[in-house]
Ligand binder design. Sequence first.
Ligand code: GTB
Length: 208
Amino acid sequence: MAPYTITYFPVRGRCGATRIMLSDQGQEWKEIVVNFEEWMKGDLKKTCVFGQLPKFEDGDLVLFQSNAFLRHLGRRHGAYGKNDCEAAHIDMFADGVEDLRTKYLKMIYQEYETGKDAYIKDLPNHLCKFEAVLAKNKSGFLVGDSISFADYSLFEVLLNHQVLSPTCLDSFPALNSFVATLSARPKIKAFLDSEDYKKLPINGNGKQ
Ligand code: GTB
């Protein structure tokens, strides 16, 4: 049995990219699903370093913070660049994706009704940055010529944005091709087609 365990609420949420990465890397993992009523009792929260889920276990190693999971898996599975310079760029782009994810989550959880339209209108100003990176680095990946954890993170954020605004990538050929290529990787395709993936809402409040 794989050493990996994800403990989280029944959503894609902050574990979407981790699950896609584990699938693509041919890894198995166990899911411990925590419903919100159970969480509200507070016993599990007290054991979480930052009082929040998700939690990720690799054998005896216990991690919190979803981007730390991705970095750990990047080191474990050769998806963190070929040298320190590539790794530094991968960190940089992963942080850029995190900035976009944070804006998206703020809109979803705090201002969906009042802010969704303005968010979608402003989206090209963020997407164009990633478009430029992918267009320049001809490999189809953000950095170097192989997939990194930053690619999985960007991919998952783009999938969520295509649900929010189905046409949002139409004027970004490199991003469109990036999503098509990653979606067609056999293990990712199998995961995205699975009930395990489809049954989970993107976000905890049902907005998407
Ligand atoms: N920076 C952290 C990371 O990347 O892991 C952020 C973790 C985080 O925001 N965790 C949220 C949490 O634990 C859940 S993700 N909240 C509970 C608390 O703080 O007590 C968002 C979310 C919200 C609601 C649901 N839900 O209702 O099912 C699911 C997910």
